[in-house]
Design a protein around this ligand. Structure first.
Ligand code: URP
Ligand code: ZN
Ligand code: ZN
Length: 465
Protein backbone atom coordinates (compact mmCIF):
# COMPACT_ATOMS: atom_id res chain seq x y z
CA UNK A 1 0.00 0.00 0.00
CA UNK A 2 1.35 3.43 -1.01
CA UNK A 3 -0.18 6.64 0.28
CA UNK A 4 0.72 10.08 -0.98
CA UNK A 5 0.04 13.00 1.35
CA UNK A 6 0.19 16.21 -0.67
CA UNK A 7 0.76 19.87 0.15
CA UNK A 8 0.74 19.59 3.92
CA UNK A 9 2.99 21.66 6.15
CA UNK A 10 5.41 19.17 7.65
CA UNK A 11 6.16 20.39 11.15
CA UNK A 12 9.32 19.10 12.81
CA UNK A 13 11.33 20.04 15.86
CA UNK A 14 13.86 21.90 13.71
CA UNK A 15 11.56 23.61 11.21
CA UNK A 16 8.55 23.41 8.92
CA UNK A 17 8.12 23.07 5.17
CA UNK A 18 5.30 22.56 2.69
CA UNK A 19 5.96 19.26 0.90
CA UNK A 20 4.49 15.91 -0.12
CA UNK A 21 5.12 12.71 1.80
CA UNK A 22 5.07 9.30 0.15
CA UNK A 23 4.37 6.35 2.42
CA UNK A 24 5.30 2.93 1.11
CA UNK A 25 4.22 0.05 3.31
CA UNK A 26 5.12 0.86 6.90
CA UNK A 27 7.69 3.59 6.30
CA UNK A 28 8.19 6.98 4.72
CA UNK A 29 9.67 6.51 1.24
CA UNK A 30 10.03 10.07 -0.07
CA UNK A 31 9.54 13.70 0.93
CA UNK A 32 9.56 16.54 -1.59
CA UNK A 33 7.59 18.93 -3.76
CA UNK A 34 5.41 17.64 -6.58
CA UNK A 35 5.88 13.95 -5.90
CA UNK A 36 2.65 13.14 -7.79
CA UNK A 37 3.79 15.20 -10.79
CA UNK A 38 7.11 13.38 -10.64
CA UNK A 39 5.17 10.22 -11.40
CA UNK A 40 5.25 8.56 -7.97
CA UNK A 41 2.01 6.59 -8.09
CA UNK A 42 0.04 5.80 -4.94
CA UNK A 43 -3.00 3.73 -4.01
CA UNK A 44 -4.45 6.68 -2.13
CA UNK A 45 -3.74 10.40 -2.21
CA UNK A 46 -4.68 12.59 0.76
CA UNK A 47 -4.74 16.34 0.20
CA UNK A 48 -3.32 17.94 3.36
CA UNK A 49 -3.43 21.55 2.10
CA UNK A 50 -3.86 23.97 4.99
CA UNK A 51 -3.09 21.24 7.50
CA UNK A 52 0.00 20.06 9.33
CA UNK A 53 1.76 16.76 8.81
CA UNK A 54 3.24 15.76 12.16
CA UNK A 55 5.27 12.83 13.41
CA UNK A 56 2.86 10.77 15.51
CA UNK A 57 2.94 11.92 19.11
CA UNK A 58 4.69 9.74 21.70
CA UNK A 59 3.41 9.47 25.26
CA UNK A 60 6.19 8.08 27.42
CA UNK A 61 4.20 7.98 30.66
CA UNK A 62 1.03 5.87 30.76
CA UNK A 63 -0.41 3.34 33.21
CA UNK A 64 -2.84 0.99 31.49
CA UNK A 65 -4.47 -1.32 34.05
CA UNK A 66 -2.16 -0.14 36.85
CA UNK A 67 -3.05 -1.76 40.18
CA UNK A 68 -3.40 1.10 42.66
CA UNK A 69 -5.25 1.67 45.92
CA UNK A 70 -7.16 -1.61 45.78
CA UNK A 71 -8.34 -1.18 42.22
CA UNK A 72 -6.98 -0.98 38.65
CA UNK A 73 -6.59 1.93 36.25
CA UNK A 74 -9.57 1.53 33.99
CA UNK A 75 -8.14 1.71 30.47
CA UNK A 76 -6.85 -1.53 29.02
CA UNK A 77 -4.20 -1.56 26.32
CA UNK A 78 -7.01 -1.79 23.81
CA UNK A 79 -9.18 1.09 25.05
CA UNK A 80 -6.24 3.24 26.10
CA UNK A 81 -4.25 2.95 22.89
CA UNK A 82 -7.39 3.47 20.83
CA UNK A 83 -8.07 6.70 22.73
CA UNK A 84 -4.43 7.68 22.28
CA UNK A 85 -4.76 7.21 18.52
CA UNK A 86 -7.86 9.42 18.40
CA UNK A 87 -5.77 12.11 20.03
CA UNK A 88 -2.84 11.84 17.58
CA UNK A 89 -0.59 9.66 19.74
CA UNK A 90 0.89 6.71 17.84
CA UNK A 91 3.30 5.33 20.45
CA UNK A 92 3.05 4.88 24.19
CA UNK A 93 5.63 3.75 26.70
CA UNK A 94 3.75 2.21 29.63
CA UNK A 95 5.06 1.24 33.06
CA UNK A 96 5.28 -2.48 33.77
CA UNK A 97 5.12 -3.04 37.53
CA UNK A 98 7.23 -5.22 39.78
CA UNK A 99 5.06 -6.10 42.78
CA UNK A 100 6.79 -6.27 46.14
CA UNK A 101 8.38 -9.68 46.69
CA UNK A 102 8.12 -10.68 43.02
CA UNK A 103 10.68 -10.52 40.26
CA UNK A 104 10.99 -7.91 37.53
CA UNK A 105 10.44 -10.81 35.11
CA UNK A 106 7.02 -11.59 36.62
CA UNK A 107 5.99 -7.96 36.27
CA UNK A 108 7.27 -7.72 32.73
CA UNK A 109 5.56 -10.97 31.66
CA UNK A 110 2.28 -9.68 33.07
CA UNK A 111 2.62 -6.46 31.09
CA UNK A 112 3.44 -8.25 27.86
CA UNK A 113 0.30 -10.32 28.38
CA UNK A 114 -1.82 -7.20 28.95
CA UNK A 115 -0.55 -5.50 25.80
CA UNK A 116 0.10 -8.21 23.23
CA UNK A 117 -2.87 -8.87 20.99
CA UNK A 118 -4.66 -5.80 22.36
CA UNK A 119 -2.71 -2.61 21.66
CA UNK A 120 -3.73 -0.76 18.51
CA UNK A 121 -0.57 1.37 18.30
CA UNK A 122 3.07 0.56 19.01
CA UNK A 123 4.16 0.41 22.62
CA UNK A 124 7.20 -0.02 24.81
CA UNK A 125 7.69 -0.52 28.52
CA UNK A 126 9.60 1.08 31.34
CA UNK A 127 9.90 -0.99 34.54
CA UNK A 128 8.65 0.16 37.95
CA UNK A 129 10.97 -1.28 40.62
CA UNK A 130 9.33 -1.62 44.01
CA UNK A 131 11.95 -3.93 45.46
CA UNK A 132 15.62 -3.21 44.88
CA UNK A 133 17.68 -6.23 46.00
CA UNK A 134 20.55 -8.37 44.71
CA UNK A 135 18.25 -10.36 42.43
CA UNK A 136 16.38 -7.46 40.91
CA UNK A 137 19.60 -5.53 40.39
CA UNK A 138 20.84 -8.45 38.26
CA UNK A 139 17.55 -8.57 36.40
CA UNK A 140 18.00 -4.93 35.39
CA UNK A 141 20.82 -5.99 33.03
CA UNK A 142 18.58 -8.55 31.34
CA UNK A 143 15.80 -6.03 30.88
CA UNK A 144 18.13 -3.49 29.32
CA UNK A 145 19.18 -6.20 26.84
CA UNK A 146 15.51 -6.96 26.11
CA UNK A 147 14.65 -3.38 25.17
CA UNK A 148 13.30 -2.17 28.52
CA UNK A 149 16.14 0.15 29.48
CA UNK A 150 14.43 2.51 31.97
CA UNK A 151 13.55 1.95 35.61
CA UNK A 152 11.17 4.07 37.66
CA UNK A 153 11.84 4.35 41.37
CA UNK A 154 9.79 6.21 43.92
CA UNK A 155 10.63 8.37 46.90
CA UNK A 156 6.83 8.45 47.42
CA UNK A 157 4.19 5.88 48.43
CA UNK A 158 5.87 4.28 51.50
CA UNK A 159 4.94 0.61 51.78
CA UNK A 160 3.93 0.35 48.14
CA UNK A 161 6.47 1.53 45.57
CA UNK A 162 8.82 3.45 47.90
CA UNK A 163 12.59 2.92 47.77
CA UNK A 164 15.03 4.35 50.29
CA UNK A 165 18.12 6.33 49.30
CA UNK A 166 20.39 3.29 49.51
CA UNK A 167 18.16 1.29 47.18
CA UNK A 168 17.94 4.18 44.74
CA UNK A 169 21.70 4.60 44.83
CA UNK A 170 22.25 0.86 44.21
CA UNK A 171 19.97 1.00 41.17
CA UNK A 172 21.81 4.07 39.91
CA UNK A 173 25.17 2.31 40.29
CA UNK A 174 23.78 -0.53 38.18
CA UNK A 175 22.72 1.80 35.36
CA UNK A 176 26.23 3.24 35.35
CA UNK A 177 27.28 -0.25 34.22
CA UNK A 178 24.37 -1.40 32.06
CA UNK A 179 23.47 1.87 30.31
CA UNK A 180 19.91 2.07 31.67
CA UNK A 181 18.14 5.23 32.76
CA UNK A 182 16.66 5.87 36.20
CA UNK A 183 13.34 7.70 36.30
CA UNK A 184 12.26 9.15 39.62
CA UNK A 185 8.88 9.94 41.12
CA UNK A 186 10.26 12.66 43.38
CA UNK A 187 8.18 13.49 46.44
CA UNK A 188 9.15 12.92 50.06
CA UNK A 189 6.56 10.25 50.78
CA UNK A 190 7.50 9.83 54.46
CA UNK A 191 6.96 13.51 55.24
CA UNK A 192 3.78 13.61 53.14
CA UNK A 193 2.30 10.75 55.16
CA UNK A 194 2.91 12.70 58.38
CA UNK A 195 1.13 15.80 57.07
CA UNK A 196 -1.69 13.73 55.57
CA UNK A 197 -2.25 12.00 58.92
CA UNK A 198 -2.34 15.37 60.70
CA UNK A 199 -4.89 16.69 58.18
CA UNK A 200 -7.17 13.68 58.62
CA UNK A 201 -6.89 13.98 62.42
CA UNK A 202 -7.98 17.60 62.08
CA UNK A 203 -11.07 16.43 60.20
CA UNK A 204 -9.78 17.50 56.79
CA UNK A 205 -10.77 14.42 54.81
CA UNK A 206 -11.84 15.99 51.49
CA UNK A 207 -9.80 15.40 48.31
CA UNK A 208 -8.58 19.00 48.48
CA UNK A 209 -6.34 18.02 51.40
CA UNK A 210 -4.54 15.49 49.21
CA UNK A 211 -3.27 18.56 47.38
CA UNK A 212 -2.56 20.47 50.57
CA UNK A 213 -0.61 17.66 52.27
CA UNK A 214 1.84 17.07 49.44
CA UNK A 215 3.85 20.27 49.88
CA UNK A 216 5.77 21.59 46.84
CA UNK A 217 8.88 21.67 49.03
CA UNK A 218 8.55 17.89 49.50
CA UNK A 219 8.83 17.57 45.74
CA UNK A 220 11.76 20.00 45.61
CA UNK A 221 13.58 18.14 48.37
CA UNK A 222 13.21 14.71 46.76
CA UNK A 223 14.17 16.12 43.37
CA UNK A 224 17.36 17.63 44.78
CA UNK A 225 18.18 14.52 46.80
CA UNK A 226 17.87 12.12 43.88
CA UNK A 227 19.72 14.48 41.53
CA UNK A 228 22.60 14.55 44.03
CA UNK A 229 22.57 10.76 44.24
CA UNK A 230 22.69 10.54 40.43
CA UNK A 231 25.58 12.98 40.35
CA UNK A 232 27.44 10.86 42.89
CA UNK A 233 26.77 7.71 40.83
CA UNK A 234 27.77 9.50 37.63
CA UNK A 235 24.53 8.67 35.79
CA UNK A 236 21.88 10.71 33.99
CA UNK A 237 18.49 11.11 35.66
CA UNK A 238 14.96 11.65 34.38
CA UNK A 239 12.39 13.22 36.73
CA UNK A 240 8.82 12.19 35.86
CA UNK A 241 5.68 14.32 36.19
CA UNK A 242 7.36 17.44 37.59
CA UNK A 243 4.70 19.77 38.96
CA UNK A 244 6.25 22.44 41.19
CA UNK A 245 8.62 25.37 40.87
CA UNK A 246 10.61 24.00 43.82
CA UNK A 247 11.42 20.90 41.76
CA UNK A 248 12.04 22.82 38.55
CA UNK A 249 14.52 25.06 40.36
CA UNK A 250 16.50 21.96 41.37
CA UNK A 251 16.48 20.57 37.82
CA UNK A 252 17.58 23.92 36.41
CA UNK A 253 20.37 24.29 38.98
CA UNK A 254 21.63 20.79 38.19
CA UNK A 255 21.59 21.44 34.47
CA UNK A 256 23.35 24.77 35.00
CA UNK A 257 26.17 22.96 36.77
CA UNK A 258 26.44 20.57 33.85
CA UNK A 259 24.58 17.53 35.14
CA UNK A 260 22.63 15.34 32.76
CA UNK A 261 19.26 15.79 34.40
CA UNK A 262 16.03 15.75 32.41
CA UNK A 263 12.41 16.20 33.32
CA UNK A 264 8.90 15.88 32.01
CA UNK A 265 5.79 17.74 33.01
CA UNK A 266 2.17 16.88 32.21
CA UNK A 267 -0.84 18.81 30.86
CA UNK A 268 -2.59 18.69 34.24
CA UNK A 269 0.19 20.79 35.79
CA UNK A 270 0.02 23.31 32.95
CA UNK A 271 -3.75 23.67 32.73
CA UNK A 272 -5.29 22.64 36.07
CA UNK A 273 -4.71 23.88 39.60
CA UNK A 274 -5.41 23.21 43.26
CA UNK A 275 -8.58 25.32 42.85
CA UNK A 276 -10.05 22.49 40.76
CA UNK A 277 -9.86 20.27 43.83
CA UNK A 278 -11.84 22.65 46.05
CA UNK A 279 -15.27 21.25 45.17
CA UNK A 280 -16.15 18.78 47.90
CA UNK A 281 -15.74 15.16 46.86
CA UNK A 282 -15.81 16.19 43.19
CA UNK A 283 -12.19 17.18 43.80
CA UNK A 284 -11.38 13.45 43.75
CA UNK A 285 -11.48 13.67 39.97
CA UNK A 286 -8.25 15.65 40.21
CA UNK A 287 -6.39 13.52 42.76
CA UNK A 288 -2.99 12.59 41.38
CA UNK A 289 0.57 12.64 42.69
CA UNK A 290 2.34 14.97 42.66
CA UNK A 291 -0.87 16.94 43.17
CA UNK A 292 -2.20 19.90 41.23
CA UNK A 293 -0.43 23.03 42.41
CA UNK A 294 -1.57 26.61 42.88
CA UNK A 295 -1.92 28.32 39.50
CA UNK A 296 1.19 30.48 39.99
CA UNK A 297 3.41 27.43 39.28
CA UNK A 298 2.15 27.20 35.71
CA UNK A 299 4.01 30.17 34.25
CA UNK A 300 7.28 28.73 35.52
CA UNK A 301 6.57 25.35 33.96
CA UNK A 302 5.95 27.06 30.61
CA UNK A 303 9.28 28.87 31.00
CA UNK A 304 10.89 25.53 31.80
CA UNK A 305 9.55 24.11 28.54
CA UNK A 306 10.65 27.13 26.53
CA UNK A 307 14.16 27.05 27.97
CA UNK A 308 14.50 23.25 27.75
CA UNK A 309 14.88 22.66 31.48
CA UNK A 310 11.78 20.53 30.84
CA UNK A 311 12.18 18.44 27.71
CA UNK A 312 9.04 16.31 27.53
CA UNK A 313 5.29 16.62 28.07
CA UNK A 314 3.74 13.22 28.85
CA UNK A 315 0.34 12.48 30.38
CA UNK A 316 0.80 10.10 33.34
CA UNK A 317 -2.49 8.69 32.04
CA UNK A 318 -3.91 6.64 34.92
CA UNK A 319 -7.72 6.77 34.78
CA UNK A 320 -10.11 5.75 37.53
CA UNK A 321 -13.87 6.16 37.27
CA UNK A 322 -15.30 8.78 39.60
CA UNK A 323 -18.15 6.44 40.49
CA UNK A 324 -16.97 3.25 42.13
CA UNK A 325 -13.22 3.92 42.01
CA UNK A 326 -12.45 7.48 43.15
CA UNK A 327 -15.35 6.95 45.57
CA UNK A 328 -13.19 4.44 47.48
CA UNK A 329 -11.82 7.56 49.18
CA UNK A 330 -15.11 8.98 50.43
CA UNK A 331 -14.36 10.15 53.97
CA UNK A 332 -10.56 9.79 53.66
CA UNK A 333 -8.62 11.37 50.80
CA UNK A 334 -5.73 8.93 51.40
CA UNK A 335 -7.86 6.12 49.96
CA UNK A 336 -8.61 7.82 46.65
CA UNK A 337 -6.73 6.03 43.85
CA UNK A 338 -4.16 8.45 42.47
CA UNK A 339 -4.24 9.30 38.79
CA UNK A 340 -5.98 11.19 35.99
CA UNK A 341 -7.12 10.36 32.48
CA UNK A 342 -5.41 12.30 29.69
CA UNK A 343 -3.82 10.18 26.94
CA UNK A 344 -6.35 11.44 24.37
CA UNK A 345 -6.10 15.17 25.11
CA UNK A 346 -2.39 15.98 25.29
CA UNK A 347 -1.75 16.93 21.66
CA UNK A 348 -4.76 19.24 21.40
CA UNK A 349 -4.30 20.82 24.84
CA UNK A 350 -0.67 21.61 24.05
CA UNK A 351 -1.62 23.01 20.65
CA UNK A 352 -4.46 25.14 21.96
CA UNK A 353 -3.01 26.17 25.31
CA UNK A 354 0.64 26.04 24.24
CA UNK A 355 1.00 27.07 20.60
CA UNK A 356 -2.10 29.22 20.14
CA UNK A 357 -1.69 30.78 23.58
CA UNK A 358 1.80 31.90 22.56
CA UNK A 359 3.88 29.76 24.94
CA UNK A 360 5.40 27.40 22.36
CA UNK A 361 6.24 27.57 18.68
CA UNK A 362 4.59 24.83 16.68
CA UNK A 363 8.06 23.30 16.23
CA UNK A 364 8.66 23.21 19.99
CA UNK A 365 5.19 21.70 20.40
CA UNK A 366 6.19 18.83 18.12
CA UNK A 367 9.49 18.51 19.94
CA UNK A 368 8.00 18.13 23.43
CA UNK A 369 5.20 15.74 22.40
CA UNK A 370 7.12 13.59 19.91
CA UNK A 371 10.75 14.22 18.99
CA UNK A 372 12.27 14.69 22.46
CA UNK A 373 10.47 11.65 23.91
CA UNK A 374 11.72 9.59 20.95
CA UNK A 375 15.30 10.75 21.52
CA UNK A 376 15.16 10.37 25.28
CA UNK A 377 13.79 6.84 25.17
CA UNK A 378 15.71 5.19 22.35
CA UNK A 379 13.10 5.44 19.59
CA UNK A 380 14.67 8.07 17.35
CA UNK A 381 14.76 8.26 14.28
CA UNK A 382 12.39 5.32 13.87
CA UNK A 383 9.76 7.45 15.62
CA UNK A 384 9.48 11.14 16.43
CA UNK A 385 10.37 12.62 13.05
CA UNK A 386 8.97 12.86 9.52
CA UNK A 387 11.98 11.56 7.59
CA UNK A 388 12.72 9.08 4.83
CA UNK A 389 13.12 5.63 6.37
CA UNK A 390 11.21 6.47 9.56
CA UNK A 391 8.04 4.60 10.49
CA UNK A 392 5.05 6.19 8.81
CA UNK A 393 3.47 7.21 12.11
CA UNK A 394 1.89 10.41 10.82
CA UNK A 395 -0.83 12.80 11.88
CA UNK A 396 -2.64 15.12 9.51
CA UNK A 397 -3.58 17.86 11.91
CA UNK A 398 -6.10 20.65 11.35
CA UNK A 399 -4.82 23.59 13.42
CA UNK A 400 -8.11 25.49 12.98
CA UNK A 401 -10.66 22.79 13.86
CA UNK A 402 -12.49 23.45 17.12
CA UNK A 403 -13.99 20.92 19.45
CA UNK A 404 -15.12 20.65 23.05
CA UNK A 405 -13.52 18.11 25.36
CA UNK A 406 -16.11 15.99 27.12
CA UNK A 407 -16.53 12.56 28.72
CA UNK A 408 -19.59 12.20 26.49
CA UNK A 409 -17.42 12.13 23.37
CA UNK A 410 -13.96 11.01 24.47
CA UNK A 411 -12.74 7.48 23.83
CA UNK A 412 -10.95 6.82 27.13
CA UNK A 413 -12.82 4.25 29.24
CA UNK A 414 -13.50 6.56 32.16
CA UNK A 415 -16.65 8.31 33.33
CA UNK A 416 -15.37 11.88 33.53
CA UNK A 417 -12.98 14.33 31.92
CA UNK A 418 -10.71 16.72 33.83
CA UNK A 419 -11.26 19.20 31.00
CA UNK A 420 -15.05 18.83 30.70
CA UNK A 421 -16.47 21.63 28.53
CA UNK A 422 -13.10 23.10 27.57
CA UNK A 423 -13.11 24.26 23.96
CA UNK A 424 -9.84 23.63 22.08
CA UNK A 425 -8.63 24.57 18.64
CA UNK A 426 -6.69 21.92 16.72
CA UNK A 427 -7.55 18.29 15.99
CA UNK A 428 -6.02 15.16 14.47
CA UNK A 429 -7.97 14.44 11.28
CA UNK A 430 -6.02 11.44 9.99
CA UNK A 431 -3.77 9.27 12.13
CA UNK A 432 -1.47 6.69 10.55
CA UNK A 433 0.41 4.02 12.43
CA UNK A 434 3.18 2.37 10.41
CA UNK A 435 1.47 3.38 7.17
CA UNK A 436 -2.03 2.24 8.12
CA UNK A 437 -4.80 4.78 8.67
CA UNK A 438 -6.17 4.00 12.14
CA UNK A 439 -8.28 7.13 12.62
CA UNK A 440 -9.92 9.24 9.94
CA UNK A 441 -12.38 12.07 10.56
CA UNK A 442 -13.45 10.74 13.93
CA UNK A 443 -13.80 7.10 12.86
CA UNK A 444 -11.51 4.31 14.05
CA UNK A 445 -10.24 1.77 11.53
CA UNK A 446 -7.39 0.05 13.39
CA UNK A 447 -7.53 -3.44 14.80
CA UNK A 448 -6.76 -4.54 18.36
CA UNK A 449 -3.43 -6.34 18.42
CA UNK A 450 -1.90 -4.54 15.45
CA UNK A 451 0.36 -2.51 17.78
CA UNK A 452 3.87 -3.93 18.11
CA UNK A 453 6.16 -4.10 21.12
CA UNK A 454 9.12 -1.75 20.67
CA UNK A 455 12.46 -3.03 21.88
CA UNK A 456 14.20 0.20 22.74
CA UNK A 457 17.88 0.90 22.95
CA UNK A 458 19.37 2.57 26.03
CA UNK A 459 19.17 6.34 25.83
CA UNK A 460 22.39 7.54 24.24
CA UNK A 461 20.75 10.96 24.20
CA UNK A 462 20.47 11.13 28.00
CA UNK A 463 24.18 10.41 28.33
CA UNK A 464 25.37 12.74 25.61
CA UNK A 465 23.26 15.90 25.85
O1 URP B 1 -1.16 9.95 40.54
C1 URP B 1 -0.45 9.31 39.79
N1 URP B 1 0.56 9.91 39.23
N2 URP B 1 -0.73 8.02 39.55
C2 URP B 1 0.01 7.12 38.76
C3 URP B 1 1.21 6.55 39.46
C4 URP B 1 2.37 7.49 39.42
O2 URP B 1 2.88 7.86 40.46
O3 URP B 1 2.83 7.85 38.34
ZN1 ZN C 1 4.71 8.64 39.72
ZN1 ZN D 1 2.84 7.77 36.52
Amino acid sequence: MRTLITNGTIVGATGSQVADVLVDGETIAAIGSGLAAAGLAADETIDASGRYVLPGAIDVHTHMELPFGGTFAKDTFETGTRAAAFGGTTTIVDFAVQSRGRSLRDGLDAWHAKAEGHAVIDYGFHMIMSDVNAETLKEMDTLVAEGIPDFKLFTAYPGVFYSDDGQIYRAMQRTALNGGLIMIHAENGMAIDVVAEDEVRAGHTDPYYHGVARYPIFEGEATNRTIRLAEAAGVPLYIVHLSAREALNEVRAARDRGSRVYAETCPQYLFLSLDDMADGFNGAKFVCSPPLRTADHQAELWTGLIKDDLQVVATDHCPFDFHGQKELGLGDFRKIPNGLPGVEDRVDLLHDGGVLAGHLTRERWVEVISTAPARMFGLYPRKGVVAVGSDADLVIYDPAAKHTISAKTHHMDVDYSCYEGRSVTGRSDVVMSRGEVVVRDGAFSGAPGRGKFLRRSPSAYAREN
